[in-house]
Design a protein around this ligand. Structure first.
Ligand SMILES: [Mg+2]
Length: 265
């Protein structure tokens, strides 16, 4: 009798374990599956290509306009983010989608180590244009400082100017880019910012508590349109964090639930 109770207990424990694991896996797989749609758009749509060209054309016009109109006290500069701004990491996103996984720092570092992200449409042309007009180019990215070497290697491989420690500013402690932007502002007047996240322009937009941050875009619309060029990234970003109440530590089940709840029907 005692033995059968023990066996029953062990069987139940194992079943519970299997069930928990399989639910967890399927939530991750479903989130990964949703990523697939975004990756397909990013990699295959001609619309994505034109969006990037158009955005970088806008960046050029913004730069021209400001160079003509402003008397600058300091040398002019532009500040660009790296990932999904100048370099295309969608093959990494495709890899994790293919495996039914979501972002993990280990798989990401393995990808960046390969230094084979391609230049995005219009990016190289824009930074070369800025350089030709005597404007300095800075890259401020939330890749970790431990990724500096392969990042510089990748930028060089894609022929980006200023691919050196002086101009590539990665994350050491905080993902808040304010301090790094201020460092550039000490010596330069920044005329144009380019990125795929609003926080590539200002940390103010990390606050997504109210209406997913859309109210802030409304409030600062004129300023954003004058200084910042926004690129499309449907694969990941602050927008996704906003859905999770800025808590990436939530379980995959809860993340999936919040994704479904966030849909406007
Ligand atoms: Mg980015």
């Amino acid at each position: 009798m005692k033995r059968s109770i023990l066996l029953l207990f062990l069987y139940s424990a194992c079943t519970a374990q299997v069930q928990t694991t399989s639910t967890e896996v399927s939530a991750e797989a479903e989130i990964s599956n949703q990523l697939g749609g975004a990756v397909l758009w990013y990699q295959n749509s001609a619309e994505m290509k034109l969006s990037y060209y158009q955005s970088y054309q806008y960046a050029k016009m913004m730069l021209d306009n400001k160079l003509e109109r402003s008397r600058l006290a300091k040398p002019a500069a532009v500040v660009l983010d790296i990932d999904e701004t100048v370099l295309d990491n969608s093959p990494y996103e495709a890899q994790i989608f293919d495996k039914g996984e979501t972002y993990k720092s280990e798989s990401w570092h393995k990808w960046t180590e390969e230094a084979r992200a391609a230049a995005l449409p219009g990016a190289l042309d824009f930074v070369e244009y800025a350089k030709s007009r005597g404007v300095e180019v800075f890259y401020i990215s939330n890749r970790s400082v431990s990724e500096l070497e392969p990042t510089i290697k990748n930028l060089k491989k894609e022929k980006f100017p200023n691919a050196s420690e002086e101009f590539v500013m990665l994350k050491s402690e905080t993902s808040d880019k304010t301090e790094r932007r201020n460092k550039v502002l000490e010596s330069h007047t920044v005329l144009v910012y380019v990125g795929d996240n609003l926080t590539d322009y200002s940390e103010l937009f990390a606050d997504r508590d109210k209406n997913m941050g859309k109210d802030l875009v409304e409030k600062y619309k004129d300023e954003l349109l004058s200084n910042f060029v926004m690129l499309p990234n449907p694969m990941y970003g602050e927008w996704e964090g906003a859905i999770y109440d800025n808590n990436y530590g939530l379980s995959d089940d809860l993340k999936l639930k919040k994704r479904k709840e966030a849909l406007i029907k």
